[in-house]
Ligand binder design. Structure first.
Ligand SMILES: Nc1nc2c(ncn2[C@@H]2O[C@H](COP(=O)(O)OP(=O)(O)OP(=O)(O)O)[C@@H](O)[C@H]2O)c(=O)[nH]1
Length: 915
């Protein structure tokens, strides 16, 4: 078969040439106009493509025809039925009329025909005289309904055709606007579409909305003429126009399917652009994915993991440290908890909890505390105010702030010597045993045999070291432990074989057990005739100290300190016990440990004996010990030898501290001296605050006591002395005093000169300062005068006791007082033949007279008291020297003057008692 022209094919399918051309182009078949000749193969293709549509249209038409013929048949049948009914009704009516005529012709008396009566009364509908009329009315109604129905169907089909025409017109307009190549659809083309759309069976609802959208679009184009927005759907579009790309598009794509049909070139160009864009997007997405999967992400992941690991480790470490410090880890680790340094000022506190200082002051006021911005808050106040303001806080002590929890690796730990404390009942031979061990003859040196100050010593056996701490009693051991000074590894319990277990023996056992320290029993005085070592063993069993040979864990050694019997055995046993303990420490670190004894040496200043627990201490190290700090000037071992280094378990005396620390104080070397100083100063501040707190609590209690007991009065004392022993002696003496009328409270006691801190504390606690062999240092004297704080200085204990007793009796002023006159500072020294040492002085305060008594004060301690041998200005003897002048002073019977000493003049005056 030959080819066909486009218009011929269009005619075949009942389409306009233009519609046919469109479809042909959609099928990518070349055709330029309605006259273009189509190859046979193309014609077949077009027919195949269009036949389903045509078939649909035809089928719909057949269906309609079938439906119409059925309806006609029904109608005819109905009409015939109606005709039949009408004829029957007419026949019946005629019969009835005949009957009536006959009845009227009959005489009056003649009975009525029975069957007629009921019929007359209730005639059947079919027999009604109007039944024919009713049938006509019904018939007319039915006809009208039918006509209306047909009209509706017609109207619908026409409306659908009109709408399709409209849509095609809009499409054409859109095409023209976008492509500009397509001629607008003429109104005449519109009816052609009618044939493609089944008049009544076309889907309606979706079509309606499509139409309304098209209408809106048309209106918009007409009014504004902008670029078209994407078509809302493809329903109603010609079948062949569909799905060049599967009909699925992403939101925002600029391509409108209908618009692609403007021209081949245009369409492909658009597709190319789109493909390019798609590819670019794809490439970009791939690149992003590749980048994301590549190194940075990997690094990011690793970094994140590392960070998480670090955080977890840090958390664990903090938790461990908190537990080791006995703190609640939840408080330490809770981010919402604000850490407030101990003794923080009101303004600092407000700043840390991000509150208005005035608000803090107001709340403090409400708590009965009138504080200014710069004043320190106590721990309790910090917690109270924070709680009041709904904030979680944790008061951090200076120790904690500087706290270091040492974590030495196993490799760093080296074996160290054991540290041993000897304990036992009075007179069971502790000092003698230590003496025997050290072989230094200490016991003979102590007149009463009562140990006064703790010390430490080192012995060697078989090249191995043992460090001994000599304690004055169990209290010191417990006091040290209470301060966290766990210095002892082994306790040697001395039990006299002739005396057996005594109260202090039991106490010692309890202390050792509480500290978790193993006991080695030294059964002493076995040389004595009444010695019964086995009895000692038996007695100790009931205190759970069981000899190894009896199946227990305690090693027993029978010794005689006096006769030096089995001392080696004892030392070997101690080493055996130490081996069991596997004592180790890291020597390669900054030194730390505890102060075991401290005093103010007249010649050397503050001296502290420390026991090193970790690291190595060297001269030049900056350290802090309690509230003292300084740079190590010299290290002296227990034999009095200057050493260059001291390692773990070594006891060593250190010189160079600024003040005297307290036994049990922790010491630590800092890399930076400023840190040491800062910690020491903060500790001192905290101590002052604690002392004030203690006072305020106590005074409240006292107030209560006074109200309860009527006449009760308190005497608060601050005791300062040159050695701890003096303080203990004074304390003991006070305890023995009758306190029924006046209660004596020692609010603070320490070794060293009277400082400004002491005066502040005395002012705060309304206390008297008692100085025993010490003097006020720095500006403390002026401060005491300013604050009207009474400082009483004594050289001998009995004098202090006597005065206090006098004061206690009626709190009277003593009879005799020392009145200071002037103070001179020694700035130079001259050796004058036959006269002795003359001090070149500068009078720094008051006026000193030639006849005044004088005391020589060095580092706050009185080193001599006497009279002046000479007082000269230049070469002239003078009677007095006032402040601001230089002079030369000679002291009777005292040559050991030093530059830096102060020479204080005073007169002794008798003061009358007021009652
Ligand atoms: N016969 C004998 N006497 C001893 C022995 N050990 C100590 N003594 C004597 O016991 C007395 C008390 O000895 P100390 O060493 O002072 O006893 P201490 O336990 O240190 O005494 P305090 O320091 O007061 O607790 C002294 O007179 C010693 O000579 C010993 O082994 N044998």
């Amino acid at each position: 078969m030959a080819g066909m022209r486009v218009h011929e094919l269009a005619k075949e399918f009942g389409l306009s040439s233009k519609d046919m051309l469109d479809r042909i182009r959609d099928m990518k078949i070349p055709a330029k106009s309605h006259a273009s000749m189509l190859e046979e193969a193309y014609v077949d293709k077009i027919r195949k493509a269009l036949e389903p549509e045509v078939k649909e249209v035809v089928e719909n038409g057949v269906e309609k025809i079938v439906v119409v013929s059925e309806k006609e048949a029904e109608e005819k049948e109905r009409q015939a039925e109606e005709e039949r009914a009408r004829r029957e009704a007419v026949e019946k009516e005629r019969a009835l009329r005949e009957q009536e005529r006959a009845r009227r012709q009959r005489p009056e008396g003649e009975p009525k025909a029975a069957p007629a009566a009921p019929a007359a009364k209730k005639p059947p509908v079919s027999a009604s005289p109007f039944s024919g009329l009713e049938a006509q009315i019904a018939d007319a109604k039915e006809r009208a309904r039918r006509e209306a129905e047909e009209a509706r169907i017609r109207a619908r089909a026409e409306a659908a055709a009109r709408e399709v025409a409209k849509k095609q017109a809009v499409e054409a307009a859109l095409r023209q606007r976008n492509g500009g190549k397509k001629a607008p659809v003429r109104a005449a083309d519109a009816p052609a579409a009618k044939r493609l759309v089944p008049p009544a069976s076309a889907p309606k609802r979706g079509f309606d909305s499509l139409l309304s959208q098209i209408e809106a679009e048309k209106k918009r184009i007409a009014e504004q003429g902008p670029a078209p927005k994407p078509a809302s759907g493809r329903r109603g579009a010609p079948a062949g126009a569909n799905d060049a790309r599967g009909g699925k598009r992403k939101r925002g794509e600029q391509v409108v399917p209908e618009l692609e049909r403007t021209s081949e070139d245009d369409r492909y160009a658009r597709m190319a652009v789109q493909v390019e864009k798609l590819q670019r997007d794809k490439v970009l997405a791939e690149a992003r994915a590749a980048v994301a999967a590549a190194t940075p992400a990997e690094n990011e992941g690793r970094r994140k993991k590392r960070k998480e690991k670090r955080q977890a480790e840090q958390r664990e470490r903090l938790e461990m440290e908190a537990l080791e410090k006995g703190l609640d880890p939840s408080l330490v680790l809770d981010d919402s908890v604000v850490e407030i340094p101990q003794g923080a000022s009101v303004s600092k506190f407000a700043e840390l909890i991000s509150a208005q200082p005035n608000e803090v002051i107001k709340r403090l006021f409400m708590l009965g505390q009138v504080l200014t911005l710069t004043q320190s808050m106590s721990d309790e106040l910090i917690e109270l105010v924070a709680d009041d303001m709904g904030r979680k806080v944790r008061v951090v002590s200076p120790e904690e702030e500087f706290a270091v929890v040492y974590h030495d690796s196993d490799d760093d730990l080296k074996p160290r010597p054991p540290v041993v404390t000897v304990m036992g009942h009075v007179d069971h031979g502790k000092t003698s045993l230590l003496d025997a061990i050290r072989d230094t003859g200490v016991a003979q040196g102590e007149a009463g045999g009562i140990t006064q100050h703790i010390g430490a010593s080192v012995v060697s056996i078989d090249g191995r070291q043992i460090t001994f701490i000599d304690t004055p009693g169990h209290e010191a051991f417990t006091a040290m432990r209470a301060r966290g000074a766990q210095v002892t590894d082994i306790i040697v319990l001395v039990v006299a074989a002739d005396d057996g277990v005594m109260p202090q023996t039991i106490e010692a056992i309890n202390h050792a057990r509480a500290a978790g320290v193993p006991i080695v029993v030294a059964v002493n005085k076995i040389d004595k005739p009444g010695a019964n070592p086995d009895r000692v063993r038996q007695e100790l069993v009931s205190y759970e100290v069981v000899p190894e040979e009896w199946g227990g864990t305690n090693m027993f050694v029978e010794v005689s300190a006096k006769k030096r019997l089995h001392i080696d055995d004892l030392l070997e046993t101690i080493l055996l016990q130490a081996d069991v303990l596997e004592l180790r420490a890291n020597p390669d670190a900054l030194a730390s440990g505890f102060v075991i004894e401290a005093n103010l040496d007249k010649g050397r200043g503050p001296v502290a004996t420390v026991l090193i627990q970790r690291g190595t201490l060297k001269p030049g190290d900056s350290l802090v010990a309690g509230t003292s700090y300084g740079r190590v000037r010299a290290l002296v071992d227990p034999r009095g030898t200057h050493v260059d280094a001291a390692g773990p378990a070594d006891p060593v005396e250190i010189l160079g501290l600024n003040s005297v620390p307290v036994a049990g104080d922790e010491f630590r070397v800092f890399e930076d001296e400023r840190d040491a100083r800062k910690l020491a100063e903060e500790r001192a501040l905290r101590e002052r605050l604690a002392a004030q707190d203690a006072k305020s609590h106590m005074s409240l209690d006292d107030l209560f006591g006074r109200i309860e007991e009527g006449k009760q009065t308190d005497l608060n004392l601050i005791v300062k002395a040159d050695v701890q022993g003096s303080i203990e002696a004074l304390r003991d003496a006070f305890e023995k005093m009758d306190q029924s009328e006046v209660r004596i409270n020692i609010v603070h006691s320490a070794v060293g000169g009277i400082t400004e801190t002491d005066v502040t504390l005395a002012a705060a606690s309304d206390a008297i300062i008692i100085g025993f062999n010490v003097r006020p240092t720095g500006k403390s004297k002026q401060q005491a005068e300013k604050e009207k704080v009474d400082i009483r200085l004594y050289r001998v204990i009995y004098q202090a006791l006597e005065e206090i007793n006098a004061a206690r009796v009626g709190l009277l002023s003593p009879d005799i007082v020392e009145q200071d006159t002037g103070i001179a500072e020694v700035r130079d020294l001259f050796k004058v033949p036959k006269v002795g040492t003359i001090a070149g002085c500068y009078m720094i305060e008051g006026e000193m007279n030639r006849d005044d008594k004088v005391r020589i004060v060095r580092d706050g301690t009185i080193v001599f008291e006497g009279t002046l041998a000479s007082m000269r200005r230049f070469k002239d003897d003078v009677k007095s020297v006032r402040s601001g002048y230089e002079c030369g002073l000679g002291i009777n019977g005292f040559q050991d003057l030093k530059v830096g000493d102060t020479i204080e003049g005073f007169v002794v005056k008798e003061v009358e008692r007021t009652e």
